[in-house]
Ligand binder design. Sequence first.
Ligand code: FO1
Length: 323
Amino acid sequence: MNSDIAEISILTLAGGVGGAKLAKGFYLSLDPRQLKIVVNTADDTELYGLYICPDLDTMMYSLSNLSNVTQGWGIKNDSYVALNMLDFYGYDTWFNIGDKDFATHILRTELIRSGKTLSESIQSIKTKLGIKSEIYPMSDQKVRTICTTEIGKLKFQEYFVEHKCKPKLLKIDFEGIDLAQISTGFEQALETCDALVISPSNPYVSIDPILSINTVREKIQNFNGIKIAVSPIVNGNAIKGPAAKMLNEFGEDVSCVGIAKLLHGICDVLIIDSQDLHEIKNIEKLGINAVATNTIMNSDEDKIQLAEFILKIINNQTCNAKA
Ligand code: FO1
């Protein structure tokens, strides 16, 4: 990497597995201090008296190499002895929490019960996991995605895990969004970072909660660095999760063009997969530049390759800006 890259600071917005994969790519390509990560917390839930933050944990497990990469969440080689005993006691156990994973929820719940903010609890846990980049929740206030479906209102994890995203989705609300403030770390990162990268995460339930926090959308519109997004839809499909189904149910194009439409005003360059090369002109008609590369991230090498592709775009843009 040339020296300019060494000075660039990246803020990435992330949720779910796609967000964790790209962040891992940056984490392996940069000095950790160059990377700041903001994570969706609207998937969070309370179970068994514990405060559970799936997207934050997926992110932290990914960066600390603890992640169960085949399922995308939870800790590798975990056991489910505690869950089986909870089942014996008659608890619902459709949300599969492993024994090691329980330790994270117990630690976070204790920190929060002791008066720590969510940001402070993440700072403590990520430090114990040896993670050197900053990770911030989108907000320290409680926001919860509520899915109104053809079978009624469901909390996000009830929709996503218990009902496997099957019920037709009619509406998505973010309970608590009006009182939620942008987290301090997020606000400072928007003021100081050179580039903003919107991860290939679900636009509705991972990125939109972050954008819906008071002042965030306008801060991003006024962000003085380059704004890049990676399409989570490749060749009309989501790599993982319900993004394609949601785009279809909300009447949008189930394509990277449909994604581009949702990014109007907050994205300068949309990175699409090589399989969607033919869509570049349709995206550019929307006033968003588009570039194609391999965006499927299976191995760490794939994640690094995509991260470095993005860093080159940022570097060129930054050099041009300085010229
Ligand atoms: N996703 C599932 O599909 N099934 C599960 O049983 C499940 C358990 C689980 C436990 C802890 C955790 O942090 C995440 C977990 N997830 C599970 C993923 C979770 O639903 C996330 O919200 C999704 O990955 C979307 O972000």
